[in-house]
Write a protein of this length. Structure first.
Length: 197
């Protein structure tokens, strides 16, 4: 169990330390390429500075992060290469300070999620809007289903009307043929009786 805790904490560092007047302390850490380092340093007095750099590439890249004269200094940078970094903290005041440093390595996707999280008070109006959108969606969905049903009913009515027209046309054609045959037969009979044929 202790081994598991050590593995889980391997990408995070957190410690407190005191610095005497105008004292500087440096330490190193090994970072993995592609990860983002997110952290903060805070102190009892704002007169201190932090500088983070890669000693092997300092002439080309310069500082990965540097800041000073703030009670809480936050930093974030992306690691471009597998390398060791140097972190230097300097007390700029004439009295002893106590500082707290914490940072961790994270992949960019998770750090993006951390940066974009909203407090619950800001999420409530969004949730209300989402509920209203769901209600509107359900209403529109119901309207479209009603329209689809009406369209289907009209299609069935047109099909029935088409069948009725076809049947009445066939009946009318048959009646016309019968009338023509009957009329011709009657006409021949009348003509025979008058001896015209």
């Amino acid at each position: 169990m202790l081994f598991l805790l050590l593995i889980l904490q391997i990408n995070a560092i957190e410690f407190n330390q005191s610095l005497g007047k105008r004292e500087i302390t440096c330490f190193g850490d090994s970072l993995t390429e592609g990860l983002t380092v997110i952290g903060e340093i805070s102190s009892t007095i704002k007169d201190f500075s932090i500088k983070i750099y890669n000693p092997m590439r300092f002439k080309k890249e310069g500082y990965l992060h540097q800041s000073q004269n703030e009670l809480i200094q936050k930093f974030k940078f992306k690691v471009k290469y597998n390398h060791n970094i140097q972190i230097c903290i300097q007390n700029l005041s004439t009295s002893t300070i106590l500082y707290s440093l914490k940072y961790y390595q994270d992949d960019e996707e998770q750090s993006y999620k951390i940066d974009t999280q909203l407090p619950m008070t800001q999420l409530q109006p969004i949730e209300n809007l989402m509920a209203q959108m769901k209600i509107s969606y359900d209403i529109i969905k119901g309207m479209f289903s009603n329209l689809a049903e009406r369209q289907e009913q009209r299609l069935q009515q047109f099909q029935q009307l088409g069948y009725r027209i076809a049947i009445s046309s066939v009946i009318l054609l048959l009646v016309t043929v019968l009338i023509t045959i009957f009329g011709t037969y009657r006409y021949k009979k009348v003509m025979k009786s008058k001896k015209m044929i």
